[in-house]
Ligand binder design. Structure first.
Ligand code: ADP
Ligand code: MN
Ligand code: MN
Ligand code: MN
Length: 394
Protein backbone atom coordinates (compact mmCIF):
# COMPACT_ATOMS: atom_id res chain seq x y z
CA UNK A 1 0.00 0.00 0.00
CA UNK A 2 1.16 3.52 -0.76
CA UNK A 3 1.66 5.57 2.39
CA UNK A 4 1.92 9.34 2.44
CA UNK A 5 4.70 10.05 4.92
CA UNK A 6 4.84 13.65 6.02
CA UNK A 7 8.46 14.37 6.99
CA UNK A 8 8.39 17.25 9.47
CA UNK A 9 11.47 19.14 10.65
CA UNK A 10 12.67 22.39 12.17
CA UNK A 11 14.44 24.84 9.89
CA UNK A 12 17.49 27.00 10.58
CA UNK A 13 15.75 30.32 11.28
CA UNK A 14 16.94 32.23 14.35
CA UNK A 15 16.12 32.83 17.10
CA UNK A 16 13.40 30.19 16.77
CA UNK A 17 12.92 27.62 14.05
CA UNK A 18 9.87 27.23 11.84
CA UNK A 19 8.19 23.95 11.10
CA UNK A 20 8.73 22.62 7.58
CA UNK A 21 7.36 19.49 5.95
CA UNK A 22 7.13 17.60 2.70
CA UNK A 23 5.39 14.42 1.64
CA UNK A 24 7.15 11.23 0.64
CA UNK A 25 5.11 8.44 -0.90
CA UNK A 26 6.45 5.03 0.06
CA UNK A 27 5.11 1.54 -0.54
CA UNK A 28 4.79 -0.69 2.53
CA UNK A 29 2.98 -4.00 2.76
CA UNK A 30 1.93 -3.41 6.34
CA UNK A 31 1.98 -0.56 8.81
CA UNK A 32 5.52 0.90 8.72
CA UNK A 33 7.57 1.09 11.90
CA UNK A 34 9.74 4.08 12.70
CA UNK A 35 12.98 2.27 11.91
CA UNK A 36 11.65 1.26 8.49
CA UNK A 37 11.23 4.85 7.33
CA UNK A 38 13.99 5.83 4.91
CA UNK A 39 16.32 8.76 5.38
CA UNK A 40 15.40 11.61 3.07
CA UNK A 41 16.99 14.84 2.01
CA UNK A 42 15.99 18.44 1.32
CA UNK A 43 17.44 21.67 0.03
CA UNK A 44 19.00 23.26 3.10
CA UNK A 45 19.81 26.46 1.19
CA UNK A 46 16.09 27.28 1.24
CA UNK A 47 15.72 26.79 4.98
CA UNK A 48 18.84 28.59 6.25
CA UNK A 49 20.52 25.24 6.87
CA UNK A 50 23.11 25.15 4.05
CA UNK A 51 24.87 27.13 1.33
CA UNK A 52 23.66 26.83 -2.23
CA UNK A 53 26.95 25.19 -3.21
CA UNK A 54 26.44 22.18 -0.96
CA UNK A 55 22.79 22.28 -0.12
CA UNK A 56 21.79 18.75 0.85
CA UNK A 57 20.63 18.14 4.41
CA UNK A 58 19.24 14.84 5.63
CA UNK A 59 16.02 13.99 7.46
CA UNK A 60 16.06 11.17 9.96
CA UNK A 61 12.61 10.20 11.28
CA UNK A 62 12.70 10.04 15.09
CA UNK A 63 9.01 9.84 16.05
CA UNK A 64 6.02 8.53 14.14
CA UNK A 65 2.35 9.54 14.46
CA UNK A 66 -0.91 8.87 12.66
CA UNK A 67 -2.15 11.60 10.38
CA UNK A 68 -5.91 11.46 10.80
CA UNK A 69 -6.63 14.33 8.42
CA UNK A 70 -5.29 12.54 5.33
CA UNK A 71 -5.85 9.12 3.83
CA UNK A 72 -3.06 6.54 4.38
CA UNK A 73 -0.86 9.17 5.88
CA UNK A 74 1.63 9.27 8.76
CA UNK A 75 3.50 12.13 10.40
CA UNK A 76 7.23 11.63 10.89
CA UNK A 77 9.02 14.07 13.17
CA UNK A 78 12.61 14.26 11.91
CA UNK A 79 16.03 15.37 13.05
CA UNK A 80 18.16 17.24 10.53
CA UNK A 81 21.56 15.66 9.84
CA UNK A 82 24.60 16.84 7.91
CA UNK A 83 25.70 14.77 4.92
CA UNK A 84 28.21 12.92 7.15
CA UNK A 85 25.36 11.75 9.39
CA UNK A 86 26.16 13.96 12.38
CA UNK A 87 23.50 16.32 13.80
CA UNK A 88 23.09 19.65 11.99
CA UNK A 89 23.92 22.64 14.24
CA UNK A 90 20.22 23.61 14.16
CA UNK A 91 19.26 20.17 15.51
CA UNK A 92 18.35 21.08 19.08
CA UNK A 93 16.81 17.65 19.71
CA UNK A 94 20.12 15.84 19.27
CA UNK A 95 21.85 18.16 21.74
CA UNK A 96 19.76 17.56 24.86
CA UNK A 97 19.87 15.13 27.75
CA UNK A 98 17.04 12.65 27.97
CA UNK A 99 15.37 10.48 30.56
CA UNK A 100 12.22 8.49 29.81
CA UNK A 101 11.10 8.94 33.42
CA UNK A 102 11.10 12.73 33.20
CA UNK A 103 7.55 13.86 32.50
CA UNK A 104 6.57 17.19 31.01
CA UNK A 105 3.24 18.96 30.66
CA UNK A 106 3.20 21.98 28.35
CA UNK A 107 0.51 24.64 28.42
CA UNK A 108 0.74 26.08 24.93
CA UNK A 109 -0.84 29.53 24.68
CA UNK A 110 -1.27 31.20 21.30
CA UNK A 111 -3.38 33.73 19.43
CA UNK A 112 -5.50 33.00 16.40
CA UNK A 113 -4.92 35.81 13.91
CA UNK A 114 -6.67 37.06 10.83
CA UNK A 115 -5.67 40.03 8.67
CA UNK A 116 -2.97 41.05 11.11
CA UNK A 117 -4.98 41.12 14.33
CA UNK A 118 -6.35 38.64 16.84
CA UNK A 119 -9.52 36.87 15.79
CA UNK A 120 -12.49 38.91 16.98
CA UNK A 121 -10.67 42.25 17.28
CA UNK A 122 -12.44 45.16 15.56
CA UNK A 123 -10.80 46.54 12.37
CA UNK A 124 -9.25 49.42 14.30
CA UNK A 125 -8.34 49.39 17.96
CA UNK A 126 -9.29 46.95 20.64
CA UNK A 127 -12.35 45.06 21.87
CA UNK A 128 -13.58 45.42 25.46
CA UNK A 129 -10.90 44.94 28.12
CA UNK A 130 -9.78 41.55 29.42
CA UNK A 131 -12.01 39.94 32.01
CA UNK A 132 -14.68 37.72 30.50
CA UNK A 133 -12.67 36.06 27.73
CA UNK A 134 -10.76 33.55 29.89
CA UNK A 135 -12.70 30.26 29.74
CA UNK A 136 -15.53 32.36 28.34
CA UNK A 137 -18.52 31.27 26.36
CA UNK A 138 -20.71 33.12 23.86
CA UNK A 139 -20.07 34.93 20.59
CA UNK A 140 -19.03 38.19 22.25
CA UNK A 141 -16.27 36.37 24.12
CA UNK A 142 -14.97 33.75 21.71
CA UNK A 143 -16.41 34.66 18.30
CA UNK A 144 -17.77 32.16 15.80
CA UNK A 145 -15.05 29.91 14.41
CA UNK A 146 -12.38 29.63 17.09
CA UNK A 147 -14.15 26.93 19.04
CA UNK A 148 -14.63 24.87 15.90
CA UNK A 149 -10.88 25.06 15.20
CA UNK A 150 -9.89 24.27 18.76
CA UNK A 151 -12.27 21.32 18.93
CA UNK A 152 -11.08 19.87 15.65
CA UNK A 153 -7.51 20.22 16.86
CA UNK A 154 -8.31 18.10 19.92
CA UNK A 155 -9.68 15.35 17.68
CA UNK A 156 -6.61 15.49 15.42
CA UNK A 157 -4.22 15.24 18.36
CA UNK A 158 -6.10 12.36 19.98
CA UNK A 159 -6.24 10.45 16.70
CA UNK A 160 -2.53 11.10 16.09
CA UNK A 161 -1.72 9.54 19.45
CA UNK A 162 -0.68 12.73 21.19
CA UNK A 163 -1.55 13.14 24.86
CA UNK A 164 -3.53 16.36 24.65
CA UNK A 165 -4.95 16.94 28.12
CA UNK A 166 -7.22 19.91 27.70
CA UNK A 167 -7.91 23.25 26.07
CA UNK A 168 -9.29 26.58 27.25
CA UNK A 169 -10.02 30.07 25.99
CA UNK A 170 -7.39 32.41 27.44
CA UNK A 171 -7.33 35.85 29.03
CA UNK A 172 -7.06 37.92 25.83
CA UNK A 173 -9.65 37.86 23.08
CA UNK A 174 -8.54 35.48 20.33
CA UNK A 175 -6.10 33.74 22.69
CA UNK A 176 -6.33 30.03 23.48
CA UNK A 177 -4.37 27.29 25.21
CA UNK A 178 -3.90 23.56 24.75
CA UNK A 179 -2.04 21.24 27.11
CA UNK A 180 0.23 18.42 25.97
CA UNK A 181 1.69 15.79 28.29
CA UNK A 182 4.64 13.60 27.40
CA UNK A 183 7.19 11.26 28.94
CA UNK A 184 10.85 11.88 28.13
CA UNK A 185 12.51 15.19 27.28
CA UNK A 186 12.62 14.40 23.57
CA UNK A 187 9.31 12.61 23.24
CA UNK A 188 7.29 15.28 25.10
CA UNK A 189 8.78 17.98 22.89
CA UNK A 190 8.18 15.88 19.74
CA UNK A 191 4.52 15.71 20.67
CA UNK A 192 4.28 19.44 21.25
CA UNK A 193 5.90 20.20 17.88
CA UNK A 194 3.45 17.84 16.17
CA UNK A 195 0.51 19.42 18.02
CA UNK A 196 1.71 22.84 16.81
CA UNK A 197 2.05 21.46 13.29
CA UNK A 198 -1.49 20.09 13.34
CA UNK A 199 -2.87 23.42 14.56
CA UNK A 200 -1.00 25.40 11.88
CA UNK A 201 -2.09 23.05 9.12
CA UNK A 202 -5.70 22.95 10.31
CA UNK A 203 -5.94 26.74 10.36
CA UNK A 204 -4.90 27.05 6.69
CA UNK A 205 -8.40 25.99 5.70
CA UNK A 206 -9.97 28.72 7.83
CA UNK A 207 -7.74 31.49 6.48
CA UNK A 208 -6.47 31.90 10.04
CA UNK A 209 -2.88 32.18 11.27
CA UNK A 210 -1.51 30.89 14.54
CA UNK A 211 0.55 33.55 16.27
CA UNK A 212 3.02 32.09 18.77
CA UNK A 213 4.67 35.42 19.61
CA UNK A 214 4.90 35.87 23.42
CA UNK A 215 3.62 39.44 23.34
CA UNK A 216 1.96 39.98 19.98
CA UNK A 217 0.12 43.15 21.02
CA UNK A 218 3.24 44.72 22.51
CA UNK A 219 4.32 45.43 26.06
CA UNK A 220 2.64 48.84 26.33
CA UNK A 221 -0.96 47.67 26.35
CA UNK A 222 -2.91 45.88 29.05
CA UNK A 223 -3.21 42.59 27.17
CA UNK A 224 -1.73 39.27 28.25
CA UNK A 225 1.16 37.67 26.42
CA UNK A 226 1.44 33.97 25.65
CA UNK A 227 3.39 31.48 27.69
CA UNK A 228 4.39 27.87 27.50
CA UNK A 229 4.20 26.97 31.20
CA UNK A 230 6.22 23.80 31.55
CA UNK A 231 5.18 21.37 34.28
CA UNK A 232 7.82 18.80 35.05
CA UNK A 233 8.62 15.90 37.31
CA UNK A 234 11.35 13.30 37.41
CA UNK A 235 10.99 9.86 38.94
CA UNK A 236 12.98 11.12 41.90
CA UNK A 237 10.68 14.13 42.36
CA UNK A 238 7.60 11.93 42.18
CA UNK A 239 8.77 9.03 44.34
CA UNK A 240 11.43 10.35 46.71
CA UNK A 241 11.28 14.14 46.74
CA UNK A 242 11.36 15.78 50.18
CA UNK A 243 11.93 19.33 51.30
CA UNK A 244 15.72 19.12 51.31
CA UNK A 245 15.86 17.90 47.75
CA UNK A 246 13.31 20.52 46.70
CA UNK A 247 15.38 23.33 48.24
CA UNK A 248 18.53 22.05 46.49
CA UNK A 249 16.65 21.89 43.20
CA UNK A 250 15.35 25.43 43.57
CA UNK A 251 18.80 26.77 44.42
CA UNK A 252 20.18 25.11 41.28
CA UNK A 253 17.36 26.72 39.30
CA UNK A 254 18.26 30.05 40.86
CA UNK A 255 21.96 29.65 40.01
CA UNK A 256 21.13 28.66 36.45
CA UNK A 257 18.53 31.40 35.96
CA UNK A 258 20.23 32.98 32.95
CA UNK A 259 20.90 29.62 31.29
CA UNK A 260 17.22 28.72 31.64
CA UNK A 261 16.02 32.06 30.29
CA UNK A 262 18.27 31.56 27.25
CA UNK A 263 16.30 28.40 26.44
CA UNK A 264 12.85 29.79 27.22
CA UNK A 265 12.16 31.70 24.02
CA UNK A 266 13.11 35.06 22.49
CA UNK A 267 11.68 38.44 23.48
CA UNK A 268 10.66 37.06 26.84
CA UNK A 269 11.63 40.41 28.38
CA UNK A 270 8.44 41.83 26.82
CA UNK A 271 6.39 39.21 28.64
CA UNK A 272 8.19 38.50 31.92
CA UNK A 273 7.54 41.91 33.39
CA UNK A 274 6.15 40.85 36.75
CA UNK A 275 2.67 41.84 35.55
CA UNK A 276 -0.06 39.73 33.89
CA UNK A 277 0.61 36.63 36.03
CA UNK A 278 4.32 36.51 35.23
CA UNK A 279 7.57 36.79 37.18
CA UNK A 280 10.27 39.37 36.43
CA UNK A 281 12.83 38.05 33.96
CA UNK A 282 15.91 38.93 36.06
CA UNK A 283 14.81 37.25 39.29
CA UNK A 284 14.19 33.67 40.28
CA UNK A 285 11.32 33.10 42.70
CA UNK A 286 9.14 30.20 43.70
CA UNK A 287 5.98 30.03 45.71
CA UNK A 288 3.00 27.96 46.71
CA UNK A 289 0.19 28.43 44.19
CA UNK A 290 1.90 31.71 43.23
CA UNK A 291 1.17 32.68 39.64
CA UNK A 292 3.55 35.62 39.94
CA UNK A 293 6.52 33.35 40.70
CA UNK A 294 9.03 31.87 38.25
CA UNK A 295 8.17 28.40 39.55
CA UNK A 296 4.74 27.69 40.99
CA UNK A 297 4.46 24.91 43.54
CA UNK A 298 1.10 23.16 43.32
CA UNK A 299 -0.69 22.55 46.65
CA UNK A 300 -0.57 18.82 45.89
CA UNK A 301 3.24 18.95 45.88
CA UNK A 302 3.53 20.19 49.45
CA UNK A 303 0.70 17.99 50.68
CA UNK A 304 2.49 14.89 49.34
CA UNK A 305 5.71 15.68 51.22
CA UNK A 306 7.36 17.79 48.49
CA UNK A 307 6.72 15.13 45.92
CA UNK A 308 5.16 15.53 42.51
CA UNK A 309 5.53 18.10 39.75
CA UNK A 310 6.45 21.77 39.58
CA UNK A 311 5.39 24.42 37.08
CA UNK A 312 8.06 26.59 35.46
CA UNK A 313 6.02 29.57 34.28
CA UNK A 314 8.80 31.34 32.39
CA UNK A 315 9.04 29.54 29.02
CA UNK A 316 7.19 31.47 26.34
CA UNK A 317 4.80 30.39 23.62
CA UNK A 318 7.42 30.64 20.86
CA UNK A 319 10.17 28.66 22.62
CA UNK A 320 11.67 25.45 21.24
CA UNK A 321 10.43 22.76 23.66
CA UNK A 322 13.55 20.58 23.10
CA UNK A 323 15.66 23.32 24.63
CA UNK A 324 13.24 23.74 27.55
CA UNK A 325 13.00 20.10 28.54
CA UNK A 326 16.72 19.58 27.97
CA UNK A 327 17.63 22.51 30.18
CA UNK A 328 15.27 21.54 33.00
CA UNK A 329 16.63 18.00 32.98
CA UNK A 330 20.22 19.23 32.92
CA UNK A 331 19.65 21.37 36.02
CA UNK A 332 17.85 18.53 37.77
CA UNK A 333 20.78 16.28 36.90
CA UNK A 334 23.23 18.75 38.44
CA UNK A 335 21.34 18.46 41.71
CA UNK A 336 21.45 14.68 41.42
CA UNK A 337 25.24 14.99 41.32
CA UNK A 338 25.35 17.67 44.00
CA UNK A 339 25.99 17.50 47.71
CA UNK A 340 22.45 16.78 48.84
CA UNK A 341 22.41 13.58 46.78
CA UNK A 342 24.67 10.56 46.48
CA UNK A 343 27.64 11.35 44.30
CA UNK A 344 28.77 8.06 42.82
CA UNK A 345 28.86 8.47 39.10
CA UNK A 346 30.39 6.27 36.46
CA UNK A 347 30.76 7.43 32.93
CA UNK A 348 32.13 6.26 29.67
CA UNK A 349 32.29 7.48 26.15
CA UNK A 350 29.49 6.53 23.82
CA UNK A 351 29.88 7.98 20.35
CA UNK A 352 30.21 11.72 20.82
CA UNK A 353 28.22 11.65 24.04
CA UNK A 354 28.80 10.77 27.62
CA UNK A 355 26.67 8.25 29.32
CA UNK A 356 26.24 9.12 32.96
CA UNK A 357 24.91 6.83 35.64
CA UNK A 358 23.35 8.69 38.54
CA UNK A 359 22.16 6.91 41.67
CA UNK A 360 18.94 8.46 42.87
CA UNK A 361 18.43 6.63 46.13
CA UNK A 362 20.57 5.46 49.01
CA UNK A 363 19.24 2.03 49.77
CA UNK A 364 21.22 0.68 52.68
CA UNK A 365 24.36 1.25 54.66
CA UNK A 366 26.78 -1.64 54.86
CA UNK A 367 28.43 -2.60 58.21
CA UNK A 368 31.45 -0.33 57.82
CA UNK A 369 29.14 2.63 57.30
CA UNK A 370 29.47 2.95 53.54
CA UNK A 371 26.32 3.75 51.68
CA UNK A 372 25.06 1.38 49.07
CA UNK A 373 23.29 3.14 46.28
CA UNK A 374 20.48 1.86 44.17
CA UNK A 375 18.04 2.80 41.49
CA UNK A 376 20.44 4.16 38.94
CA UNK A 377 19.28 6.41 36.14
CA UNK A 378 21.10 6.51 32.86
CA UNK A 379 21.47 9.81 31.03
CA UNK A 380 23.05 10.82 27.82
CA UNK A 381 24.64 14.20 28.10
CA UNK A 382 26.22 16.34 25.41
CA UNK A 383 29.94 16.54 26.18
CA UNK A 384 29.94 20.34 26.34
CA UNK A 385 27.42 20.26 29.17
CA UNK A 386 29.81 18.46 31.51
CA UNK A 387 31.37 21.29 33.44
CA UNK A 388 33.52 19.30 35.83
CA UNK A 389 33.97 15.64 36.55
CA UNK A 390 31.72 14.36 39.29
CA UNK A 391 33.31 13.59 42.64
CA UNK A 392 34.06 9.98 43.57
CA UNK A 393 31.94 8.15 46.13
CA UNK A 394 32.51 9.09 49.76
P1 ADP B 1 -2.70 25.68 35.16
O1 ADP B 1 -3.45 25.63 36.47
O2 ADP B 1 -1.31 26.19 35.35
O3 ADP B 1 -3.45 26.39 34.07
P2 ADP B 1 -3.07 23.25 33.50
O4 ADP B 1 -4.18 22.39 34.01
O5 ADP B 1 -3.33 24.07 32.30
O6 ADP B 1 -2.52 24.13 34.74
O7 ADP B 1 -1.81 22.33 33.17
C1 ADP B 1 -1.25 21.45 34.09
C2 ADP B 1 -0.22 20.59 33.38
O8 ADP B 1 0.50 19.79 34.32
C3 ADP B 1 -0.80 19.63 32.35
O9 ADP B 1 -0.15 19.90 31.11
C4 ADP B 1 -0.39 18.26 32.88
O10 ADP B 1 -0.06 17.39 31.84
C5 ADP B 1 0.83 18.56 33.70
N1 ADP B 1 1.14 17.56 34.71
C6 ADP B 1 0.31 16.96 35.60
N2 ADP B 1 0.97 16.08 36.36
C7 ADP B 1 2.27 16.08 35.96
C8 ADP B 1 3.45 15.38 36.36
N3 ADP B 1 3.45 14.50 37.35
N4 ADP B 1 4.62 15.67 35.71
C9 ADP B 1 4.65 16.58 34.74
N5 ADP B 1 3.57 17.28 34.31
C10 ADP B 1 2.38 17.03 34.90
MN1 MN C 1 -3.23 26.19 31.97
MN1 MN D 1 -2.86 29.66 30.56
MN1 MN E 1 -0.04 27.20 34.06
Amino acid sequence: MKFKLEYIWLDGYEPVPNLRSKTKIVDFETEPALDELPLWNFDGSSTRQADGSSSDCFLKPVALFSDPARKNSRLAMCEVLLPDGTPHPSNSRAAIADDPDAWFGFEQEYFLYQDGSPLGFPKDGFPGPQGEYYTGVGYKNVGDVAREIVDEHIDLCVAAGIAIEGVNAEVAKGQWEFQIFGMGAKRAADELWIARYLMLRLCERYGVDVNFHPKPLGADVDWNGSGLHTNFSTKHMREVGGEEYFTALMSAFSEERAAHIACYGPENDLRLTGLHETAAIDEFTYGLADRGASVRIPHSFVESGHRGYLEDRRPNSMADPYRITGRILQTELQVGRGKSMPTMVTRFKLDERLQVMVPVEMKTENPDGHAVYSNFRRFEVATDSIVQPPSPPK
